[in-house]
Design a protein around this ligand. Structure first.
Ligand code: HEC
Length: 109
């Protein structure tokens, strides 16, 4: 029993060494991080700051909601953004649309 732990640790370390040795270490690390532009934006904070003055999430879950596709969702977020004149950047609009899609709409992208 006592020898097991060190063996497991060694196995893991050598597996990691093999990955790094194969040049996969960096790649795996990069893909594991939220590096995409849309994911580095704090969409949740943007929604809190810019959207909740007019409507909350009930707008995205109402029975007769208007949005029928991801691109329509992006267009609507952009429209609300323009109404507001908050000047969100395109990648922020995209990140907000993506967040709403993940939480409420669930369209295929
Ligand atoms: C100035 C008030 C106002 C603000 C601020 C606002 N919205 Fe809206 N939003 C509306 C109104 C009004 C509607 C309903 C439009 C309609 O029914 O045609 C709407 C509808 C929507 C819809 C469509 C809901 C559906 O499926 O029918 C989405 C998505 C949406 N807003 C997202 C946002 C986001 C994201 C923000 C923040 C960036 C935001 N809105 C900020 C007024 C606002």
């Amino acid at each position: 029993m006592k020898v097991r732990a060190p063996i497991a640790v060694t196995a893991r370390a050598s597996a990691l060494a093999a990955l790094v040795g194969a040049g996969l270490g960096a790649g795996a690390l990069l893909t594991g991080l939220p590096v995409a532009a849309t994911e580095s934006v704090d969409a949740e904070a943007l929604v809190q700051k810019n959207c909740t003055s007019c409507h909350g999430s009930e707008m995205y879950t109402r029975e007769d909601r208007k949005i029928g596709s991801f691109s329509a969702l992006e267009t609507q977020v952009e429209a609300c953004n323009t109404n507001l004149d908050t000047g969100m950047f395109p990648e922020e609009v995209k990140a907000v649309a993506t967040l709403l899609n993940e939480e409420y709409y669930k369209f295929e992208q």
